[in-house]
Ligand binder design. Structure first.
Ligand code: SAH
Length: 475
């Protein structure tokens, strides 16, 4: 972010603009919406600017700008559409201490004016750092059509009611009240006029004051493998309403950004082998927050019910009679087979599939190797990087074919996804050569579908290839 969006208080402050043509008019139309004092310098202003001056909406000075003209100004716009003149006026404004914008000159401007959706007092500002004005306009048009025209009056009336609503306890109770107002009671009442909106606020406040406090609750949410598009709608909704989010190390940044801005974000950072918060401490943390009445989202990677130590957390919550539910997510195995264009099960190949963990609390995990070693078996191996040699040894010992295909998918569904295609025989060596640092899932018994495999041969590095979707586009 090169430009940080802020809302600047311009009430009663000077805003100066130099220019009298089209560019000046475009900026003035926006600036006239503000409560700032606007002064325009132009020896030859457009007639519309003269009219605004006659209506006393701005002060017009019919000459070129001179040093000292921008003293005490909050903002200055150089809008003469002439490079030399803009540079001259901008230098004056800078010396006078105003923030400077030169129209159509991002490089030399100290601030930019966003595209604005105006539902005063609600204002949406859209910026693209000057990269794509077309995109900003498209987003603006989209928001204009989606935000009800009544939003302005509702917000204005709501603002005047804020003090009264402070009778509700801070936090969730107050938020619930305002949510009901803006999304239910308010829009209904506004159809009958503004006095009806005021009445509805009184009635609503009365109802909320006598409402029992909502008890704390824990949502155990599967955040999926990393791509925010793979979150369920339900996961998005609970994230949007959360008071507290307790998340694991594998949760990707774009997903964390979907949580409510005011939510308390706690990193429970459990790592497979590195330092981590003890499970008991995580349990205690969840309970502690839910007991204060918070809506807690316990965010786990993939699906919360797969190798997530979920039961221990549920037991802790249950022990304190706190309500909970599970929001399913897309597990790494699903994202990984999708990445290589395969199915987890297939008629006449395998009618069952195993989800294994490479290591458990006691070390490398033991499994029914004899069954898995049979031809056609498929397994999704979680946390299988460090245990690759152990797994290989056990399977070969039980008679598995050394040419059995094995595919390792690192960072499945994320922009840095990598696919390593190998065989049981070559697995440990291929893995150590690949030096994977991200989470990786091993698919035993599956190779990338042909389209992807063919692509590998064309590449300089035969070990890795891009996700199937990209490969197919390339073919
Ligand atoms: N509950 C999770 C699994 C947690 S165990 C789920 O359902 O996916 C952590 C292991 O999951 C990692 O060691 C790795 O094997 C796997 N994993 C998680 N996210 C992954 C991703 N984006 N790509 C590949 N493997 C992943």
């Amino acid at each position: 972010m090169d430009h940080f969006p802020v809302f600047l208080r311009v009430h009663g402050r000077r805003i100066v603009l130099s220019g009298g043509g089209e560019a000046a008019l475009a900026k003035l139309r926006l600036l006239l919406k503000t409560a700032g004092h606007i002064t325009v310098f132009s020896p030859d202003p457009a007639s519309q600017i003269e009219r605004w001056a006659d209506e006393r909406r701005l002060t017009l000075v019919r000459r070129a700008m001179a040093p000292g003209d921008t003293l005490c100004a909050a903002l200055f716009y150089a809008a003469d559409e002439d490079e030399a003149e803009d540079a001259r006026t901008a230098a004056i404004a800078r010396a006078d201490g105003a923030l400077v914008n030169i129209v159509d000159n991002l490089q030399d401007s100290q601030f930019i004016t966003p595209a604005i959706v105006d539902r005063d007092p609600v204002t949406v500002a859209i910026g693209t750092e000057g990269a794509a004005p077309v995109l900003a306009r498209a987003i603006k048009a989209d928001l204009e059509s989606r935000l009800p025209a009544a939003l302005g009056p509702l917000a204005r009336i709501g603002k005047s009611f804020r003090k009264l609503a402070d009778a509700l306890p801070f936090g969730r109770a107050r938020r619930d009240f305002w949510r009901d107002y803006y999304f239910s009671a308010g829009p209904k009442a506004i159809k009958e006029g503004e006095p009806a909106v005021r009445d509805s606020l009184d009635t609503l406040l009365e109802a909320h004051l006598h409402r029992e406090a909502r008890p704390g609750h824990v949502h155990f949410v599967g955040a999926g493998p990393g791509d925010p598009d793979l979150l369920t709608m339900k996961a998005r909704r609970v994230l949007d309403e959360a008071d507290v989010v307790i998340y694991d190390r594998l949760i990707s940044q774009p997903i964390l950004e979907l949580a409510r801005r005011e939510a308390l974000m706690i990193n429970a950072g459990k790592e497979g082998f590195g330092p981590s918060m003890a499970q008991e401490d995580i349990n205690a943390l969840i309970v502690e927050h839910a007991q204060t009445g918070a809506q807690v989202v316990r965010l786990k990677s993939g699906d919360a019910t797969v190798f997530g130590r979920l039961d221990e957390e549920i037991d802790a919550v249950d022990a304190h009679q706190i309500g909970w539910d599970i929001v399913p997510g897309i597990t790494a195995a699903s994202a990984s087979v999708a990445a290589i264009g395969q199915s987890l099960t297939r008629r006449q190949r395998n009618s069952s599939v195993r989800f294994l963990t490479g290591h458990d609390m006691k070390g490398f995990a033991d499994h029914d190797w004899a069954t898995l070693a049979r031809p056609g078996e498929v397994a999704a191996i979680y946390m299988g990087k460090k245990s690759a040699r152990f797994i290989q040894g056990r399977l070969l010992m039980h008679g598995a074919d050394r040419h059995t295909p094995v595919t390792v998918i690192e960072n499945a569904s994320r922009p840095d996804q990598r696919v390593l295609e190998t065989t049981l025989d070559a697995l440990p060596a291929a893995l150590s050569a690949a030096q994977m640092s991200g989470p990786a899932l091993t698919l035993y018994g599956l190779a990338p579908r042909e389209a992807a495999a063919a692509h590998i041969e064309d590449r300089a590095d035969p070990l890795f290839h891009t996700p199937v979707s990209q490969t197919q586009e390339a073919l």
